[in-house]
Design a protein around this ligand. Structure first.
Ligand SMILES: CC(C)(COP(=O)(O)OP(=O)(O)OC[C@H]1O[C@@H](n2cnc3c(N)ncnc32)[C@H](O)[C@@H]1OP(=O)(O)O)[C@@H](O)C(=O)NCCC(=O)NCCS
Length: 290
């Protein structure tokens, strides 16, 4: 896939009702220039997929086939091609977030279910009530990127410390993706700190249908405060938040904020399992990327 295929990518993601924008597609292509693929059927481009590699762990995303060309093996071929590419690079673990349509294909290719995520959607309402864990927020410092309306904005912690914090929770060094998100949307990041210690961070970005809130990794002390703050900042706007349903505190915030579950995804894995800490994952980065 090259930048010339952007129109195809956007057409297919819109056709499927997905939330990706041009900048999401361009980010995929910049993260893995040789690992994003287009499928042609009878000479016409009809499908896409993107891989995203973090050391020996890879994600497969953006598996889309034009409605007119489904059920003829294009999706399976795209997957096999991506897996060959990743096997050639000696990737040990491949993960993805499967929709109901994608899951049967992935199972046939050796992926096994790990855990469920739910996409919450709705119009964000300002949170009136103190969120669970909210009282702890008072002892934590919220880092708001400059120029901030608050005069006493705290200093951003070093990027390397944030990546290490995130790595301990997700089992993955996501510098490649988080660095790009932070650079593209510097005003959207919020970080909670306790002195020099990072307690969590959240960011968000515009989407085709709604603001995509996440990724957010945080301790139990910080996660609910970060999510509630993000919803306050989005008040009145349509939002999507993808949460592991195993993080009961995150789900409670989704429910108590009036958001509804739009659909569910299954996080799946092929190869070595990665131990991530679901209770500290408050929002994914978008279901097609993990
Ligand atoms: C999921 C998706 C990519 C599948 O693409 P596809 O090209 O239809 O996939 P395939 O044709 O390889 O497989 C789909 C079915 O067709 C069957 N099939 C495969 N080759 C076939 C052929 N030559 N003739 C008829 N059927 C065939 C497969 O066995 C599979 O059937 P199953 O549901 O019983 O397992 C497509 O439905 C899509 O774009 N959906 C919307 C976006 C989405 O959900 N993406 C997945 C993200 S996780």
């Amino acid at each position: 896939m090259r930048t010339g295929d952007l129109r195809l990518g956007l057409r297919l993601s819109r056709q499927a009702g997905w939330n990706q924008t041009e900048s999401d597609w361009l980010r995929f292509m910049s993260m893995e220039p040789e690992g994003c693929f287009v499928a042609e059927f009878n000479g016409c481009p009809v499908g896409t997929t993107a891989t995203c590699i973090f050391d020996k762990i890879a994600w497969i995303a953006m598996v889309l086939v034009d409605k007119e060309s489904r059920g003829q093996g294009v999706g399976t071929k795209l997957l096999k091609h991506s897996l060959n590419y990743l096997d050639g690079l000696k990737i040990k673990t491949v993960r993805l977030d499967a929709t109901d349509l994608g899951r049967p294909i992935y199972e046939k290719l050796g992926f096994v279910p790990e855990y469920e995520l739910a996409r919450f959607e709705g119009i964000a309402q300002p949170c009136k009530k103190e969120p669970p864990g909210g009282s702890l927020k008072r002892s934590l410092g919220m880092v708001i990127p400059a120029p901030s309306p608050k005069p006493a904005a705290l200093r951003m912690p070093p990027f390397a410390d944030m990546i290490e914090f995130d790595r301990q929770i997700t089992g993955t060094n996501r510098a490649k993706m988080l660095g790009r998100l932070f650079n593209e949307f510097p005003r959207n990041i919020r970080i909670l700190t306790d002195g020099d210690k990072i307690e969590g961070f959240i960011t968000m970005r515009p989407g085709a249908n709604a603001v995509q809130v996440g990724p957010c990794t945080a301790t139990i002390n910080a996660g609910s405060a970060l999510l509630s703050d993000a919803l306050n900042r989005c008040a009145g706007k349509a939002v999507f938040i993808d949460m592991p349903t195993g993080n009961v505190h995150a789900v409670k915030i989704g429910e108590s904020s009036g958001l509804k579950i739009q659909r569910r995804f299954m996080r799946m894995c092929r190869g070595e399992r990665i131990k991530d800490n679901i209770e500290a994952i408050w929002a994914g980065s978008g279901p097609e990327k993990g």
